[in-house]
Ligand binder design. Sequence first.
Ligand code: ADP
Ligand code: ZN
Ligand code: ZN
Length: 756
Amino acid sequence: MNKERKEFPYADVIVDISHESVDRPFSYRVPEHLKGKLEPGVSVLVPFGKGGGTRQGYVVALRDSISFEENRVKEIAGIAAGDTTVSAVSVRLAGWIREQYGSTMIAALKTVLPAKQRKRNLEKKEICRLLSPEETKKLAEDCGRKHRNAMERLLTALSEQERIPMELVREKLHISPSTINSLEKQGALLVETMRVYRDPINSLREAEQKSAPGSGGIRLSDAQRNIVDSIRKDYDAGVRKTYLIHGITGSGKTEVYMALIEECLKGGRQAIVLIPEIALTYQTVSRFLKRFGGRVSVLHSGLSAGEKYDQCERAKNGDIDVIIGPRSALFTPFDNVGLIIIDEEHEPSYKSETMPKYHARETAVYLASLHRASVVLGSATPSLESYYRAKQGEYGFFYLGERLTGNVLPKVYPVDLRRELREGNRSIFSRKLQELMEDRLEKKQQIMLFLNRRGYAGFVSCRSCGHVMKCPHCSVSLSEHKNGKLVCHYCGYEEPAVKNCPVCSSPYILGFRAGTEAVEERLHRMYPKARVLRMDGDTTKKKESYEKILSAFADGEADILLGTQMIVKGHDFPAVTLVGVLAADMSLFAGDYRAAERTFQLLTQAAGRAGRGSFPGEVVIQTYKPEHYSIVHAAGQNYEGFYEEEILYREIGLYPPAAHIMAVLVTGPDEGRAQHLAKELAKIARRKEESGDLAVLGPGTASLAKLSDHYRFIFYLKSSDVKILAGQRECMEEYIQALQKCPEQVQFDVDPMSGY
Ligand code: ADP
Ligand code: ZN
Ligand code: ZN
């Protein structure tokens, strides 16, 4: 018997209430009129609770029998109108996300729904000629003789053109509906209604059509060809894998992606291309448009609900088969995905910051297994996780080490800010950077200045010797709190603030603070004639301002672009020949175990911005820690060297990828209660500590100790086995469910990307 067609009498439904106590499927009877119409993913209305009201929910399974009395089962009230359905694959994906990252099932289901609401279909009307051009022309002349001028105008136009859009007929030819009606009755024309899709990149497509034909003809280099051929060979042999391409900026990774997508489309399958939100620019999208034209679209949070809904519809009905977007584009409802590409796979934005805190890379690998698809990761600075897995043979690995445009990698000068201070320079610009800035301003070449503020958490460092105050238990930096104490955000360790450096006794030991605004002011004072553009969280609050600032700079409207990490990706600026990193160590002591990795990545990416055009580039990296391995290796553009040192540290400290770590964040309006719950939960986890592969750290006050009047406490679990962490999470969830009242919120974060 065909299982698909079977009329199941019962359905399991996840009700749309995000609360642990109802986070399980409830069984309902399927009413006669819905038999055979339900499948996993359909949104339904069900009676729920004592009041007799209905709630929305999602069918997650159909079943033959139930384990309790028939008369206690309620009946499904109907299919929910206006809601989109999720595919059966998405229901499985949601189940996996729930299990892997910890969240309610309903939150996981909502995550895998790219368009939450059904929107009105947009329509377009066209007038089509039914008679031959000659007959139509003749009829027009007849109308002219009878002074039916409107009819004559329309028929004359139709004799020249078989189809005319309705708007043109109404607005340009000024024809009324009654005229159209009577000609339709006479059999001269037909009004046709067609569905049109909202197209978020319509203007880009039009611009593309006018420009020269695309790069389809580029000849891949031997190294590029080798990647495409190897992956294809695997694919043809039935092997599905995850591959990592480690390729320096400009080494031709994007060309490889496009060649792979082409192969995928030839096989009749669809491709998903993930890029970090920040890199989703005009330049990136138009390259894919050039190559794949109407087959491509985008899906991201900036689209309207209607645009999102339509892109999903187009994906479902096969109108498009390549989607580009940030992590949520992973949930595009394609039915036969052959390839998932993740560009800049090391980017922290691939990890969701809200529950469920899924990582797009791991989720992509699981999704690929459901579709039997391949996954290709690309980066100039791969994440430790991916490189580690590639080294262990779990991922296929390729290296691209040359720029194909012929230009060379920039020259990098590390500058020791301690020495600048010793030699009397108290400015935020070192002498080397000033000298090179003046040179570029004179030559009218562009400069980018980069203030690294990511993860800035008020670490305390010595301006004379560079010593940073660290936790004796966790080897992450201590953060300065308002109460004057230095606090570790991993284990809760505290010590009083210091007045003198414990290493060199210098009194210049303080929290590091400097903003882009202050730097901009300095620039104006030093170079009054230079045109400066500033880009940071303040100047880019509006949706388009980000793109506007970058295009203005690309068009040469400024000499200096000053900004936070936002400026290091996306656009290509061929006229930039100098990049200055003002304080490279700011992210080095962010108080989390990824700080060195993040710093290395940011510095390498920033350096990669210089000299993309025909002039060679130079990079100045200012730092208090020139001897730190992440800075030494970034200056030497030496990924392998960095990896070798960093992985040792991860192995010794049992941090990912050597082990897994789960952050548990407890927040609540009452400080004492929230802290108490954090302690209780940590105690539960500690019960298993004895048995081996589990360590519990904390709880302590979170780095962000209070947010919107909610107090935040954090503790960490470490284990080499992610399943042990999931088991611990379940124990804690059970404890929370059993509580009478729980105004506190508990969030889990597996292998977090940043500190709390
Ligand atoms: P990445 O994605 O690694 O930064 P891209 O694919 O953007 O690299 O390529 C960088 C530049 O090199 C682009 O201008 C691209 O057109 C050019 N390029 C890439 N592959 C080739 C090739 N095989 N021959 C010539 N130019 C190439
Ligand atoms: Zn010191
Ligand atoms: Zn500590």
